[in-house]
Ligand binder design. Sequence first.
Ligand code: SF4
Ligand code: SF4
Length: 421
Amino acid sequence: MTYKEENDRLMQSILRGTFFNAYKTDSDSLSNLNFKSLEMFISPVCNQSCEYCYLIRYGNGLYPKEIRDNSVILHNVDLLIDWIIKNEYKPKIDVFSGEIFSLPIGFEVLEKINRLSDTTVVIPTNFTFIPEQAERVKDLMQQYKERGNRLFLSASIDGKYCEGNRPSKNKIRDDEYYDKVFEFCYENNFAFHPMIYSHRIECWKENFKWFIDMFKKHGFKGTPLYLLEVRNEEWTDSQIEIFEDFVYWLTDWCVRNEKNLFKEGFNILSSMLSTIGRGIGCGIQSALYVRMGDLAILPCHRTSYKGLNYGKFIVDGEIVEIESENIENMVATYSFNADTLPVCESCMIKHVCSHGCLGCQFETVGDMFTPNPKVCQLEHAKVKGFVRALVNLGIYNEIVSQCSKEKQINFGLVKENINGK
Ligand code: SF4
Ligand code: SF4
């Protein structure tokens, strides 16, 4: 057997023991949950040009122009769906793309995915389909329901005061538009995932209050808001200070509004307290990423640069096998623990840090596994703002004592550092 054949076998064996095994079973054990997802990366083409988006900045590297032929993408979607059906797999499907409902093939792709049954499909969308295509999207959701599938949309809108970071090529986003977006999400139980970016960070308190007011206005029972800071390197020192102040303010807001920080900390706070069953909090270890233009198997949608990809599906009329490319990167990425990365390994907040995005790290530092110092500064500010708020609110011991021992030590070091100043 050649070295290449051995690598192909190794890749097939790893995938069988992890994702393919989990796709076969209904069990929700933690090890299965961590391997349940399959992400279809459809296209980098979008109707917005968000300032922080890596598809805008690096789309040609992540999804080269030569593999963007719509008819090929559609054919590959069919091949992948056939492969899932033939193997009786039941993955949770994530559809990742530049705005899917604005693509000429977007609806067709989603109709093809609906050949599956009893499947959950999650799609982040910028909601520019409101109002013109709202009925068409509702029809699609009905079609999914009829086949026993569940279609969840996740609203990528940054909020009234920060939407300037996401210039739309053809959309006027006035109050009437936002009312329609919130009505749609209320009716269908969809959540919002704005990004907290350096630019306009000073607007975030007002922006957060706007989200909360809109939830109240539209009758939401909870506050379905998932906050995540953009871990790019362009944050300035003063923007990081404002971010720290926002984290402080948000913690204070949560406590005053009787939110459980572990469960209702809008991800940005709760992720510091909770423990995950894998080496890094993002999805890079918990989904199989497939680029639909060439059926390449990727580390993820922001690390799909030439040379980093794990391998690809081989087609002979149908998907017949898997071929390896960078198996070393596959083994490293699936098995690493972020706490042991260079720099992180000796960092005082490694157990409470969200860590950087490996794609950003590759783009800026030149290595997927080496943190970007500016992002580290941002993460330190986040933890510091949170700890300062817990101390000043008099709930530090109550909250931190419920965390793992490692987290307690990290929070303790940050607290000492604050006291020492
Ligand atoms: S702050 Fe930077 S070095 Fe420290 S754990 Fe986070 S990513 Fe790693
Ligand atoms: S490496 Fe970055 S883009 Fe990839 S899954 Fe993690 S956070 Fe997302």
